[in-house]
Design a protein around this ligand. Sequence first.
Ligand code: NAD
Length: 520
Amino acid sequence: MNAAPRASDEIISFDPATGKEVGRVTVTSPEEVKAAVARGREAFQEWRKTSFAERKRLVMAAREVILAETDDIAHLISDESGKPFGEAISMEIAPVLDLMQFFAKKAQKLLAPKRIGIGLYALLGRSSKIVYHPLGVVGIIPAWNYPFSIPLGEAVMSVMAGNTVVIKPSELTPFVGLKIGEIFEKAGFPANVVQVVTGAGETGAALVEAAPDKIMFTGSVATGKRIAAAAAKNLTSTVLELGGKDPMIVFDDANLELAAGAAVWGAFCNSGQSCSSVERLYVQEGAAADLTRKIVEKTRQLKQGVGDTEDISIGAMSSERQLKIVEDHVEDFRRAGAKIEIGGRGKGLFYEPTVITDATNEMRAMRDETFGPTLPIATFKTEEEAIRLANDSEFGLTASVWTRDYAKGKRVAQQIEAGSVCVNEVLYTHGIGTTPWGGFKNSGRGRTHGTEGLLELVQPQHIHVNRIAVLPDAWWMPYSSKAVATFRKMTRTFSSGSLIKTVPLIPQLLIRIRELFKAK
Ligand code: NAD
């Protein structure tokens, strides 16, 4: 069992598949967490001055460390989380290596100073640009389900932007968290640029309390709300990556063979413990029987077992708590009249991949996040009904639409209330580091990944220059009736943004400026 039992100053990490102890780590005390943030702030003073070239060199060196240790890292991820070894490579190591090279090479360009348009003000000899400053210390508090790729990716983006980082990994996967710290150290990063503290929720709370300059949180809605409230005390801004109940819509003109394969992978990879797992499948009535048959056949072929064997597709659940939620939801489906087509049983921390038909949105298990290997299928008649059913949720992380009619696919996608919507693809865009990731509604606030995610890790500064600094501005003091007449005229001329409409203002402006000159 991987329930992370712990003495007051220690966490014991277990392999959920075998029950074997992975190891023990000391819980970092709140004082030590505070000290880590203080050290990070001190290191920031030097780190912020490093060139993008130097940051790139170090991140690329960290990639080399990972490449040299890929199998060991994958085994560690598999041991602590229960996921198959191959999946640790395909869904964590490979995507994060891609993210690392992208931000190492492109952060400088993405964060280059940008000139911005200021309309008619430019005619007055002014110009504006945005420069980006790092924030300081970024606190990263991830979940256990992608214990390597999520915190490592966020740490890489943070340091490339010039920040230092303190990571508090999940209490279920502390050794993967410590491995991330070791990778940065082996790559030659200066001391305290990336630090790792270990512990459960209280340690995470201590990190928020220590007032870093940003919190990047991944986890449940309930914890997200607690963190947002605690962070507000110091006005610390947060990015919250929270839960999902992601819908997959399959129209009857879709390639059903592909859609079935996607549904099986999308619902069952990582034992369904992905925030963007397919948790609700809506299929158009005419295709329901065929799609369900294909899904059940594909599910029957999946091997389940301890994740370190290469032909295992489904590993163990990560914790007993998670397993109990899955059992409860399958029971809810049964009680509410849905039909279990395959699966529906657990053994130890393994839960069979489970396909359920006759599901409806009225069932509790179709509304609450399951985070397990279940694939409930419901039917719809029309495009409008599919959109309504998909949007009938408190969550909005990702969704997918399956059809051979791309115009319809894109039209439907834009009406789904979710941060990422795929047409004829499923779940995997967290693996494309260049695309933004984040939720609508209760699935979160802010973005990770992509330019939008990088901009969460900097503060924009506006630099405004007047290159013809010889005349006073018409709106300066002292005011007079001529001034007020000018201001009034400005509202219908200059404020229109139109040069043609502004021309009649020029004589009055000159009069006003002459008045200001006389006043001195
Ligand atoms: P959780 O909320 O229980 O814990 C997440 C992290 O927060 C852990 O590191 C935990 O120790 C820490 N924590 C707990 N209480 C805290 C507190 N009061 N202050 C600070 N830190 C605290 O979530 P979980 O069970 O680890 O993860 C599962 C959830 O994560 C699911 O809902 C899933 O959908 C979500 N998730 C979302 C994304 C996304 O990108 N949106 C990605 C992965 C997982």
